[in-house]
Design a protein. Structure first.
Length: 132
């Protein structure tokens, strides 16, 4: 979680391919990128696109095959909205406690999943601009 303002926070969830030191280093690099880049954009899809370009460049230079799935959400209580984007990450579930209901965020059965971060240098992530 990253504090973006007095009324907004960012939540970044990712899963890096592998269980070794390389995967841990990529995770740390992504965490640093999220902190650095979240100050320059308020759109989750743009943030994931920027992270993708950075990690794809690193993977290309090392010649290694790696990727990560990711989900980034901005919760803004002043605007009463959630904005989010996904890069091949499993869809999260939004729980409505007072209504006793749950729903998939970004779930669209007819839509193909986008590739993970680092898989391709140029690509757009799937995202939903606003959820009230």
């Amino acid at each position: 979680m990253i504090r973006l303002s007095d009324t907004a926070v960012g939540l970044f969830i990712c899963d890096v391919m592998g269980h070794d030191v390389r995967a841990a280093l990529v995770t740390a690099m992504m965490r640093s990128l999220v902190v650095e880049l979240s100050a320059s954009t308020s759109e989750p899809g743009e943030l994931l696109d920027q992270i993708n370009r950075e990690v794809a460049g690193v993977f290309n230079q090392t010649g290694s095959t790696m990727y990560a799935t990711a989900f980034y959400l901005i919760a803004d209580v002043a605007r009463a909205e959630l904005r989010y984007a996904s890069a091949a990450h499993p869809e999260p579930i939004l729980l409505h406690r007072q209504r006793g209901a749950a729903e998939w965020l970004g779930h669209n059965p007819g839509q193909k999943k986008r590739p993970g971060l680092g898989a391709f240098r140029r690509r757009k992530v799937s995202h939903s601009p606003v959820f009230d």
